[in-house]
Write a protein that binds this ligand. Sequence first.
Ligand code: KG4
Ligand code: ZN
Length: 323
Amino acid sequence: MKILGIETSCDETSASVVSNGVVVLSNQTLTSLKEHARYGGIIPEIASRRQIELIYPIVEEALAKANVTLNEINAIAVTTSPGLLGSLLVGISFAKSLARSINKPLIPVNHVHAHLYANFLRMPDEKDKILPKLPAIGLVVSGGHTSLYLIRNFKKFNLLGSTRDDAAGEAFDKVARILNLPYPGGPSIDRLAATAGETQLTFPRASFKDSFDFSFSGVKTSVLYHVQKYSKDKNFSIPEIARAFQQSVVDVLVERSINACQHYRINTLVVGGGVAANSMLRQRLFNRAASLGIYVFVPSMPLCLDNAAMIAGIGSVLTQRQR
Ligand code: KG4
Ligand code: ZN
């Protein structure tokens, strides 16, 4: 079974063909990120205008790269939520018209669930890659979402907790802005933090009694106050602040997801979303989980960020009976 996936929920325009819900035959992604950088965040109008121009060529490219014709496609999967309304509309209208013109089913996909499905995909050169098994705990950490799920099957994501304010990626982006680092903030902070040594500086780690919820607005404000108070000090160091901030976010993400695994007695943890690209998060999760016999899965870099392969992948499962 070959599914064409289409993703346009934020600044990316992406199309992909996935075979049998696992093998990524193509995954073509273009982003308008650079055009937003000078505004310090995504401008929805710029994103959707660019997507209107890119959607047709990117779908053609994905089919050509996969060496598949439209007639060989069994269904079209498209992100229907959550996301920027104008951007979603571009993908949905295109996918809907295309599905109707070739008389194939259209599968609506939740973008956040798809981020976790990215772990269940194989690139063509990853034939021997070990895939996770369900049930699993899923941690989604992106620019707009920070949520923990219990996944028993791909049609049923049980939400255990989510952020009460800023998402983890949003906190990275806002703190980068406070520190005058380029947008998007996650990669900038990740790179800079790696240049700082161990630090005694700490920022708060929020937790809620009997809850798997998150909160990242406190740590962001705390960084702001720190900068306002100490920016004239001779020991003031941006890399040190970046590292201390990253450490506090990573600690919370690691502890909360390991706690969820232990609470539900599940030894598989799958992580997804842009912040899953963070080097400290990856390293700490693997270290902490290994000592507890928990298997951690994080997608390869192109599958961490927004992409259509994860949409096509979960779309295949949604067309079938439950696994
Ligand atoms: O999943 P994604 O590509 O888009 C959304 O669905 O939101 O995630 C984008 C987010 C941005 O906030 C970006 O700063 C963050 O992921 N990000 C990172 C890293 N790379 C991207 N955060 C921390 N460390 C990184 N290396
Ligand atoms: Zn995303």
